[in-house]
Design a protein around this ligand. Sequence first.
Ligand code: 5AD
Ligand code: SF4
Length: 452
Amino acid sequence: MADSVNFTNKDRQHKTVFFETFGCQMNKLDAELSLGLLQEEGYRIVDKADEADVILFNTCSVRQHAEDKVYSHLGALKMLKKRHPEVVVGVLGCMAQKDGEAIFKRMPHVDLVCGTRMFSRLPELLLTIKNQGSHVLAIDEDQIVSVKRPVAYRPNFYQAFVTVMRGCDNFCSYCIVPYVRGGEISRTIADVKEEVQSLVSNGCKEVTLLGQNINSYGKGLAGGITLGHLLSELNDLDGLERIRFVTSHPADMSRDLIRTMSRLSKVCEHLHMPAQSGSDRILQEMRRGYTAGYYRDLISYARELIPYIAVASDFIVGFPGEMDEDFQETVRLMEDIRFQNCFIFKYSPRTGTKAAELKDDVVDEVKRARNMKLLELQKSISLEQNRKMIGRKVEVLVEGASKSDSHKLSGRTRQNHIVVFNGPAVLVGRLVNVVIHEVTDLTLYGKPEDCS
Ligand code: 5AD
Ligand code: SF4
């Protein structure tokens, strides 16, 4: 590991960085924080790898496919590195943590391997490579959970992601996260509040709190702090309009937290709570710590207290030993709960996890067919749910021009629907009431109430 290094003015000049991120929202936020740090050191961001002095990939290990993509991107840089040996190539994040030294063996043109708890040291690591001309491996378990955040650096001026905890202690049998991101560490309420306050002072209106297992926020902090306490404190911040949090784990989601959500006006009616499977036998093999019945009861309770709550889920198909009867129970759960949207994944064995000891016995063709079946079912449910929105008035936080039609505006409801409508640019950043008149499975279209 590099000792603390002083940057000279020369080091600060004319540096360009290309950064590509794979994987979850936490990775995207880590990328923003890393880029913020590099910008402070004088780096300019470029959007083509062949124009950069430093090329960085922030990586994901959750499924094999994500790793294959990174190795293929790295392979494609071999020629560029031959022509320009001075260009620095770095692998950051989960894959760096998991594969470590092996990345240099497989891809000798890589200069930096920087793990999940080291990215705050990125500027000094890059300087070490430049000064020493050697590979740098940095995968220690730094306990840093708070990086001074450059508030101006966020993808949307009115919204920001805020990491409130890192790591996971759950060890679901299929999941690599606890191995690559380490154990749970929560930031203090004061620390999070300070960050949210500075975002709000800078114009931000909505925050999404991030944690791999956010319901266990507070574990390890003094005074029996819970996510409910954090939400209550943030709810009192003037200027902040909306609060979301992801990702919830059914076994750690307390009824008390649902009551707190229903009480706090700024906490949005939206829950991303992966069920993973509808089969109790598979859930047990996955070591999820709940049954499908428990999950159903939890959703019923949430819907009783928060009538318009939208629920999203993740599902894994083709877990070892998943029989057709198990899969049918997943289908039934999806049909019964009627999620707003779902992410569906084919099981991918991860070396080192408990499930990797089981035979990956569901053939790819079956995994693919089950995946398609759930995607189609969810698409029809999303359309049906969205149709119920026709004629309703929804509150939209206007984010900016619509990606599909730059003449229109786009924003999100409290339930996280995307809404597209015609309106003047002055509405950007405001909360606007929109009456919905048309929908697809992914988008609502409407007319703002106060605009003729
Ligand atoms: N194979 C397939 N999907 C996985 N997920 C996590 N680990 C695996 C794996 N080994 C999915 C889960 C989780 C989401 C982020 O990724 O559904 O909720
Ligand atoms: Fe992985 Fe389970 Fe932790 Fe989620 S709760 S990150 S699925 S181990």
